[in-house]
Design a binder for this molecule. Structure first.
Ligand SMILES: [Zn+2]
Length: 294
């Protein structure tokens, strides 16, 4: 084993080391203690001028309860490590997120999956830290959550220069997150994109949320016009005029566009004709199916 570890030790990146440190909630000082290294030794490792010793690797292994091989071969469940650390530090849900829990976590979870997949673990980690949330919040798609979580997440990303197209892509990604679930199976058995859109924003809403009210102003084989308004009670409880924000609307547009994907068809075109967050009475989305045969 020792020789394997010694040989593989070359491939343990500083990014991996840093990820283990951060998700385990070690300060740099504590981490250097754990690794039995001086500040200067660790600086040399950071800059790639020195390799992590087997001695340090074994100390990490003992701490996080993964074998050196698992660490080297990238078989660590970092989300689980983070949840363990959150539990140890007696994490509690911040007060603003403790009420008005009328959403399910499904879309929040797929959004964070998207963020990690396309923008890396650090951004996912930074957002959770910024919002004061535990990784454990992103476990159960059926558990409830306040809409404020997704709103604040997207606001944070907008400050980091994420744009409408990025939020739209996150909405579209719900397809990837849902495709292999009971919900994806359900949509996959439907006869047309029209049928999926119709169910996605009516009876299937129970899989997503009870924050907003959705009303079809029109719906046919070409597409739909869908009006979205806040549930008054939920908005009052959250003390806002309209739930969500313009970024959440872009994400919802992406979700609407994803409907035909469940049937292997091209995504729908979606344009938000007017938005409650820009002074309109309600948000209205125009959905156009691209696969329609005239
Ligand atoms: Zn809107």
């Amino acid at each position: 084993m020792n020789t394997t570890v010694a040989r593989m030790g070359k491939s343990l990146s500083f990014d991996t080391l840093e990820r283990i440190r951060q998700v385990s909630q070690f300060s740099e000082n504590q981490w250097q203690e754990l690794l039995d290294l001086s500040w200067w030794d660790y600086t040399l490792i950071r800059t790639g001028q020195r390799k992590l010793s087997e001695h340090s690797l074994i100390r990490i292994s003992d701490q996080i309860l993964y074998s050196p091989e698992q660490i080297l071969f990238g078989e660590v469940d970092y989300h689980d490590l983070q949840i363990r650390a959150d539990q140890k530090s007696s994490w509690a849900l911040p007060e603003p997120y403790t009420y008005a829990n009328y959403g399910r976590r499904r879309t929040t979870i797929t959004t964070f999956e998207y963020i990690e997949r396309y923008h890396g673990w650090k951004l996912r980690f930074d957002i959770l830290k910024h919002l004061g949330l535990s990784e454990s919040v992103l476990q159960d798609p059926f558990a409830t959550i306040s809409m404020r979580v997704i709103s604040d997440t997207l606001t944070y990303l907008a400050k980091r220069r994420f744009q409408a197209k990025d939020f739209f892509a996150m909405g579209l990604y719900t397809y990837v997150g849902n495709a292999t679930t009971i919900l994806g199976d359900h949509y996959g058995q439907m006869a047309s994109a029209r049928e999926i859109i119709e169910h996605m924003w009516s009876d299937c809403l129970k899989f997503y949320e009870k924050n907003c009210r959705y009303r079809f102003l029109s719906l046919d084989e070409q597409g739909a016009l869908l009006e979205v308004t806040s549930e008054r009670d939920v908005a009052d409880e959250m003390r806002v005029k309209h739930l969500g924000n313009e970024h959440v609307c872009h994400l919802k547009a992406g979700m609407m566009a994803s409907a035909p994907l469940y049937l292997g068809q091209a995504q729908a075109r979606v344009v938000e004709k007017c938005c409650a967050h820009k002074g309109a009475q309600a948000c209205v989305f125009e959905i156009t199916f691209q696969n329609h045969k005239h």
